[in-house]
Design a protein around this ligand. Structure first.
Ligand code: FE2
Length: 246
């Protein structure tokens, strides 16, 4: 009886294949609100490894005045973490680094003056304030693309100001923005409203990629809790689609 129960209780982690790459996480220690030490990084990566995730583009925040990261700081941390992984028998973990760029008042300056860190080729992970979108959002999306990048908006389902203005999601897609859903949004972690919009975006075919957005072990507990079969069926092709960013 027990084994029958276990057989039916499928976790989202069973969907991660060798081809999967997690394109959104905060695994570099002490440079944002993610991992707090190298030990913490290793512990998060070990747990994700036990879920079948072995390939990462980790994405520290770049947020003016809050997380003042730059490509040099990020690449140095990555270099150190890779060394740490080797000494912890995790040399088979593939990890590279990009960033999650906040569309704040300094972003346009970075866009004009720096080579931005991308997930792969020209794919750029962006986020915005949870309170309101930038006034010049459409212009920024246009400019990002003129500069040769393809914007991927992190966790569109978490911007609650769009929940009652769903048409704005369609406008963003029309403006050339791709969407990355947080897998955690399918758990109860962010609450029922975000879960509902996440499912609607998936059903409407608006989601291009997924990410774990892992900051802590608590996130991973919720990730493991996603076991609704209909949801898993819905998310499975998007999980597969991530492999184009390997
Ligand atoms: Fe993030």
């Amino acid at each position: 009886m027990f084994s029958l129960f276990k057989k039916n209780n499928v976790s989202i982690t069973s969907l991660f294949s060798n081809d999967f790459i997690d394109i959104h996480s905060h695994l570099l220690p002490n440079i944002d609100d993610g991992a707090k030490s190298f030990e913490d990084s290793v512990s998060l990566i070990k747990t994700l490894h036990s879920f079948g995730v072995n390939n990462f583009v980790t994405t520290p925040h770049i947020m003016d005045g809050v997380w003042n990261n730059n490509p040099e700081i990020i690449q140095n941390k990555l270099f150190q973490l890779k060394d740490y992984l080797k000494t912890h028998n995790l040399a088979d973990i593939k990890i590279r680094a990009a960033a999650e760029y906040m569309l704040d008042s300094n972003f346009e300056h970075l866009l004009d003056t720096e080579k931005l860190l991308t997930i792969k080729d020209n794919y750029l992970l962006i986020e915005m304030s949870y309170l309101n979108p930038p006034i010049n959002l459409k212009d920024l999306l246009f400019k990002i693309q003129i500069k040769g990048y393809t914007p991927i908006l992190a966790h569109p389902e978490r911007y609650v100001f769009y929940h009652n203005n769903y048409n704005e999601y369609l406008k963003l897609k029309e403006a050339g923005c791709l969407f990355q859903l947080n897998l955690l949004s399918l758990s109860n972690y962010y609450g029922p409203d975000i879960k509902k919009v996440a499912i609607k975006l998936l059903k409407d075919g608006l989601i291009n990629f997924v990410g774990t957005d892992t900051h802590s072990e608590r996130h991973l507990k919720f990730l493991e809790s996603i076991n609704n079969k209909k949801l898993l069926k819905l998310i499975s092709p998007i999980i597969e689609n991530n492999s184009i960013l390997k």
